[in-house]
Design a protein around this ligand. Sequence first.
Ligand code: F7E
Length: 330
Amino acid sequence: MTKTALITGITGQDGYYLSKLLLDKGYRVVGLVPPGRLGSVSKLDELADQVDICPVALTSADELIEAVYSLQPTEIYNLAAPSFVPASWEDPLGTLDLITGTATRLLKATRQLGLSTRFYQASSSEIFGEVLSSPQTAQTPFRPKNPYGAAKLHAHWTMVHHRDRYGLFACSGILFNHESPRRPPRFVTRKISLAAAAIKLGMRDRMSIGNLDAKRDWGFAGDHVEAMWRMLQADKAEDYVIGTGVLHTVRDLVSAAFDCVDLDWQKYVEVDSTLVRADEHFQLVADPTKAKENLKWQPQVSFEKLIDTLVTSDLRRLEAGKISPTGAAS
Ligand code: F7E
């Protein structure tokens, strides 16, 4: 029988890669998209015609119950979230409602309908926040430092409570940074790859950056969505941290990107102190041992290959006039 996967946040980066993976595996893929955002379905490019779209207000418990009941999904992937961390300070309540509210409403719908649907909650390394030890596992204490991390943590606990109390097959993937050419350019990887490509092509002459010493565990989004799917195929519902286990600085990232276009980054990059985030001295890096052992999951794309893919993609899109040198689609 054909499996049905229901995805919130389908038009984002992870929604694209997850849809592709599930379609390749023969799933029927259904995206729950708020009626006011149906235009964003075109972001799925060639997949837009292969998935079904169900217009649903994620803020409406009734609409979600109706959608889950009529679709009877085998699996639900709850990916919807405003994902740019600094923006969560501007709208903490909206962030909380979209992240925690959607998770809670979907979990409640699954539980009330008594379905055997397996549930994936997209969690984030931001729930670890100000860590006291590195690397992090699913047992590391959570000390989020921003409204985004706090909302993701609330959604995580809500999922755990539903699993413990009602026996739902539900789990969290605590994902570290994962990137691709589909990442919007306000995130640091695409910001840098786009600038390196635009400067190489003579379309820009400078780039401003925040903290060059900030460190992250950067992987490829296509690898990380594979882990989401594997979590829902396991015998037991458990939470996993998903990351490469390798830390790099933003300076490494800048240097790797400019190396790809044979430019000396120090001539083009300037630090803008207004872009430096407060309190970012901690090291968020995954210990993916459990995912490797239980799920046989391994990241396939190295940091260097990832950066090369981003820069090459931005060079091509700029040359083809598909994006502007500062990032907006044209
Ligand atoms: O920042 C530093 C910045 O904005 C990465 C989201 O997917 O991953 C993502 O969140 C690092 C930070 O992503 C600039 O301070 C320096 O240390 O690309 P980002 P993020 O905030 O880590 C987590 C796991 C999520 O869950 C989120 O949804 O880079 N950084 N200079 C800068 N970052 C930006 N954006 N711009 C700069 O100029």
